[in-house]
Design a protein around this ligand. Structure first.
Ligand code: ADP
Length: 616
């Protein structure tokens, strides 16, 4: 059945109850109406007949009195006129006997009427006035009273019956009232109950369907609406179930693809030998590979604060790289091997060098950061080995080099005998090379000490001007040789810094020497000192060939020499300068472009933080 049919059916009990009440009301009211009519038909006719008969009897009696009074003619006419009327009324009564005892009463009236007529006939036959009078009182008046009494008896009988019947009618109508009220109430209740339960039954599939829709909405795609029948709701349910089925299939298939893709990408990152970590924007750790789990001794599955279980020095590095990448600075490249962080591992210590790259979302925004900790343990070991070797070689070179220089000096001075001009030239070249070699050996020793963590600063409060002037003085001779001008600009004058003067001197000398070496004759190298907030900034600017930008990142590396760089250095000067500046808590860098000269700069804090600042 259709939903419309069911809803209509649900209204049927109420309609039926209405019809039943209506029929009952019509039948009952018809019965009450009939009872009233019966009263009219049965008794009211007799009452009217008896009242008229009594009246006519009275008129016959007054006619008799006319005769007694001598008005015979008038009396006779009046009584003759009344007789047929009386007879007619009596017949009406005889044809309308309805009550118990009415037959006898009517018969008595008929007899009394017959007796009254007989007495009247005898009374009229008398001629004599006196005899007439006597007869009237002796026979006619009693017969008159008897007939009148008989008529009154019938009247009473019918009036009593009328009273009785009207009382019965009143009671009946009261009963009908009660019945109607009860019937209306009962019909209303039954109809309401039946309609409600039928409506409820008709709408139950709707609630089944709506429950299924709600469950699917909450993500339970296995939910189905079980509705039987062929109505609109069951059709809708079938369509809904088909839709849920398709959705479930789709989700299963896309979930499968997704799981497969996830497994593939997990396998890919797991296959990386170096630890890799993927962070979300809020710093949540989204994924780690197996190597990272080994190193960090923590896994994502363990839950909780994964980073909290990571060694603090590693956490610090991870945070730094993550913030740099998520801060929109692009990929993070370490400045050098010094950035490698040491991690204790079962097979011994490991050195990990952090690199970071951004993870881009669909709209091109940075939505995460991948941090790869490149294992540089072996490279670092080689580096250490090389440092040790260099330190040993440099150290072993020192003594022979000193005696070599001494020997050349003695020879050149002619202490061991006279030297020819040619010999003097050769000795001078040999001395120059020895000096250069001495410089390199000194650089190497400085470097190895710095690398071994032995760079202890001997802090003193010195004037910036003195520092600069001393460094310029040291380069003056070479600069003049090359035809390069040395300039200085110090603002403010007399400013002091708390530094290790010899080391800072070395930095300035290295930068000035580089400047002079790279500046063609006629050019200039200038030193500029400015005051920044709690820092002093040194700038060494030359008018040389400049440094291409791709080189600029590398020139501070150890042993790095630009291709085609003039002979004389070992690629250590800038590396040493950087280490010294960093040891002071400062920064160093270069601003340059090919053909436009270079400006090397470094900053030094005016006061080193306590406790170093309190040193004398
Ligand atoms: P070196 O002792 O070989 O000069 P440095 O560490 O001092 O080593 O310098 C590294 C490299 O940086 C040099 O080989 C040179 O190519 C480049 N460089 C340094 N200073 C300058 C400069 N003022 N102008 C151009 N190139 C420079």
């Amino acid at each position: 059945m259709t939903l419309r049919g069911r809803l209509l059916l649900a209204q049927a009990p109420l309609a039926l109850a209405l019809v039943l009440v209506g029929v009952t009301a019509v039948v009952t009211l018809a019965r009450v109406g009939r009872s009233g009519q019966e009263i009219l038909q049965d008794n009211y006719r007799s009452v009217l007949a008896m009242q008229r008969m009594t009246e006519q009897l009275e008129r016959m009696d007054s006619a008799a009195l006319f005769i007694v009074a001598g008005e015979r003619q008038r009396g006779q006419e009046q009584q003759a006129e009344q007789r047929p009327k009386l007879e007619a009324e009596l017949r009406v009564q005889e044809g309308n006997i309805t009550e118990v005892g009415e037959v006898e009463a009517t018969r008595r009236l008929r007899e009394a009427w017959a007796g009254y007529q007989a007495a009247y006939d005898g009374f009229i036959a008398l001629e004599d006035k006196e005899a007439t009078r006597e007869r009237y009182f002796a026979a006619l008046a009693p017969a008159f009273l008897e007939a009148k009494a008989a008529a009154a008896a019938i009247l009473d009988l019918n009036q009593d019956a009328m009273m009785r019947k009207s009382e019965a009618l009143r009671r009946q109508s009261e009963r009908v009232n009660t019945l109607m009220v009860t019937a209306v109430l009962a019909a209303f209740l039954v109809g309401l109950f039946a309609s409600t339960s039928l409506t409820h039954r008709a709408l139950r599939p709707v609630s089944v369907l709506s429950q299924a829709v709600r469950r699917v909405g909450q993500g339970d795609l296995a939910a189905r609406a079980v509705v039987e029948g062929r109505d609109e709701i069951s059709q809708l349910s079938q369509d809904f179930n088909a839709m849920a089925e398709r959705l479930q299939q789709y989700r299963q298939s896309s979930l499968g693809d997704l799981l497969q893709a996830q497994a593939a990408s997990q396998a890919a990152i797991d296959s990386l030998p170096d630890p890799a970590l993927v962070f979300g924007t809020g710093g949540v750790l989204l994924n780690v590979n197996r190597a990272a789990e080994d190193v960090l001794r923590s896994s994502l599955e363990a839950g909780g604060d994964v980073l909290g279980r990571v060694p603090p020095e590693v956490r610090e590095v991870l945070e730094r790289v993550r913030l740099s990448v998520l801060g929109g600075k692009g990929a993070y490249q370490p400045r050098g091997y010094e950035e490698a962080v040491r991690v204790a591992a079962p097979e011994g210590e490991r050195w990990l060098l952090p690199r970071g790259s951004p993870v881009y979302g669909e709209s091109g925004d940075v939505v995460g950061a991948t941090v790869i900790l490149q294992d540089v343990t072996r490279l670092r070991r080689f580096d250490e080995l090389k440092n040790d070797l260099v330190a040993t070689v440099a150290h072993e070179f020192r003594t022979p080099l000193t005696s070599l220089r001494m020997a050349i000096h003695l020879c050149a001075e002619g202490v061991v005998g006279p030297v020819t001009e040619k010999q003097a030239d050769l000795l001078s070249a040999a001395r120059e090379d020895c000096e250069r070699l001495q410089g390199i050996v000194d650089d190497l020793l400085d470097l190895s000490r710095i690398q071994a963590g032995q760079l202890t600063l001997n802090l003193r409060r010195v004037s910036v001007t003195a520092l600069v002037e001393e460094a310029l003085a040291a380069q003056q001779a070479v600069a003049e040789d090359r035809g390069v001008k040395l300039l200085q600009e110090i603002a403010p004058e007399g400013e002091e810094v708390e530094v290790d003067p010899e080391r800072v001197q070395l930095v300035l000398s290295n930068l000035l020497a580089n400047g002079v070496r790279h500046t063609p004759s006629g050019g200039a190298v200038s030193v500029r000192v400015t005051q920044e907030e709690r820092r002093v900034r040194f700038e060494v600017k030359d008018t040389g060939e400049g440094i291409p930008s791709e080189e600029q990142g590398r020139i501070f590396e150890k042993f790095y020499r630009a291709p085609g760089a003039p002979a004389g250095g070992a690629g250590l000067g800038l590396s040493i300068a950087r280490d010294i500046v960093h040891a002071h808590g400062g920064e160093i860098g270069v601003v340059s472009a090919t053909g436009q000269g270079s400006t090397f700069w470094f900053t030094l804090p005016q006061h080193l933080p306590a406790p170093s600042a309190e040193k004398p």
